[in-house]
Write a protein that binds this ligand. Structure first.
Ligand SMILES: Cc1cc2nc3c(=O)[nH]c(=O)nc-3n(C[C@H](O)[C@H](O)[C@H](O)COP(=O)(O)OP(=O)(O)OC[C@H]3O[C@@H](n4cnc5c(N)ncnc54)[C@H](O)[C@@H]3O)c2cc1C
Length: 406
């Protein structure tokens, strides 16, 4: 029996687990290690922050989910990977050996890298921050709101699009959902009570898609009087201002940001990442230097943007590559990435975006409709009630085809 260790039970780790679990007890033992007791479904965090939804619907319990399906689960933080000795060290001091390692540790949301964030900044990127933001939003009586992503810096070992921001979809949700909540639920008026401004570190906002989604987003920003500021690299958040690398500042009573993404410290300490700590892989998600290590999701250098849909595509590829090594007759899916996301815009409004122009493709669609909202609700609920298990491949492929027809 080969020992497979999956590091990180987020989107890609759980997806890969469900893909290989039929081999448990026949060819493999699987151990999943995560420092959290519950996997966090980040796509529904905006509803926690701007609609007061219960956080419990964004959490998937791990111990029972995994052990009842034949895996072992260890809740602990991995602090060292010795790739030459096929061994890991956990924060408890315990050592875990492996024959195959799947690294799906995600990216660190580096709030501390932003001066003043702890005192004055807000975010939506994890369960603590989303709930803290809801407490602030509920009592917000108006003023200047500024939202945007800080600049993230990537390594250069693999050939991936060098995006300025990890993914600006959550910024779209923040600006539209907050505007909706203040207007519809708190009955504030834009002209008199509040104003939303958005910044991007990139030359263009939503640099990971093409013109059509950008035009749609731009149209609704204009209708809601949300102004955009390009090429703004965040340096500091103060009590009543936000400051940028070019020396400019903006008045700001509520700053909601996506912090820079970085690689977990364990990867920097273990010397298995690129110069920024992200894992360099080939397109079959195999580590460039270690044949028995695979990686998928936000932690890979190839994952640009850092998006759940990309994490799922890569998780399936990594699982198939591993199964091929185990002698299984499976096809390894191609590393054909695309941006696919549904952006909540408040109330019944949502926009579904599918685009592959970042990877030299020709698909570039955006569908604004309550149907998009229903699809997001259906997808998030499926994931929650099925313990992080993605809808069947067939359903995902049909959705993909449907959107491309529109
Ligand atoms: C606010 C927000 C909204 C989003 N909305 C969408 C959306 O609508 N659609 C979409 O496609 N994508 C969305 N994304 C992106 C998506 O959530 C991520 O791309 C996806 O979660 C990445 O999956 P992953 O498996 O790579 O990492 P993660 O899901 O982050 O999982 C990593 C796991 O590793 C564990 N871990 C980390 N370090 C250690 C360690 N040292 N030891 C042990 N365990 C560790 C963590 O606890 C975590 O469980 C959103 C992201 C955010 C922040």
């Amino acid at each position: 029996m080969k020992k497979v260790v999956i590091l990180g039970a987020g989107f890609s780790g759980l997806h890969a687990f469900y893909k290989i679990r039929h081999l448990i007890g026949k060819k493999i033992d699987v151990t999943v290690i995560d420092k959290r007791s519950h996997s966090l479904l980040k796509p529904s965090l905006a509803e926690v922050a701007f609609e007061g939804a219960a956080i419990s619907h964004s959490l998937v319990e791990l111990e029972h989910t995994l052990t009842s399906r034949g895996a072992a689960f260890i809740q602990d933080e991995v602090v060292k990977i010795d790739a030459k000795a096929n061994s890991l060290t956990l924060s408890s001091g315990e050592r875990v050996g492996y024959d195959y390692l799947l690294i799906t540790l995600g990216a660190v949301k580096d709030y501390d890298a932003v001066k003043g964030f702890k005192e004055y900044g807000y975010s939506v990127c994890d369960d603590r921050q989303a709930q803290r933001l809801w407490e602030k939003v509920k009592t917000f009586e108006g003023g200047k709101i500024v939202t945007g992503a800080a600049k993230s810096r990537w390594g250069t070992r693999v050939d991936a699009p060098p995006l300025s921001a990890p993914c600006e979809g959550p910024i779209g949700e923040i600006m539209f959902m907050l505007d909706y909540y203040l207007r519809e639920d708190k009955h504030l008026t834009r002209e008199k009570d509040y104003k939303v401004d958005v910044f991007t570190p990139g030359e263009i906002f939503f640099e990971d898609v093409g013109d059509r989604p950008r035009e749609l987003i731009g149209k609704y920003m204009q209708a809601r009087k949300i102004d955009l500021h390009n090429n703004k690299v965040l340096t500091e958040i103060g009590k009543d201002f936000i400051a940028f690398e070019d020396g400019t500042t903006m008045k700001c009573d509520l700053a909601v940001i996506i912090p820079p993404y970085s690689a977990p410290q364990v990867l920097k300490d273990s010397n298995i990442g690129d110069e920024k700590g992200f894992i360099p892989t080939d397109t079959q998600m195999r580590h460039l230097d270690f044949d028995n290590i695979f990686a998928a999701g936000d932690i890979t250098a190839l994952a640009q943007p850092k998006l759940g849909h990309v994490a799922i595509i890569q998780g399936a590829i990594a699982a198939a590559s591993l199964m091929r090594d185990l002698g299984e007759d499976v096809e390894i899916p191609p590393h054909d990435l695309e941006v696919f996301c549904i952006m909540n815009m408040g109330g019944h409004d949502a926009a579904m975006i599918v685009s592959n122009v970042l990877y030299d493709g020709k698909i570039d669609k955006a569908v604004y409709s309550p149907i998009s909202k229903m699809m997001k609700w259906g997808f998030d609920s499926y994931l929650y009630y099925n313990k992080g298990h993605m809808p069947p491949d067939l359903a995902l492929e049909m959705t993909d085809k449907l959107v491309k027809l529109v």
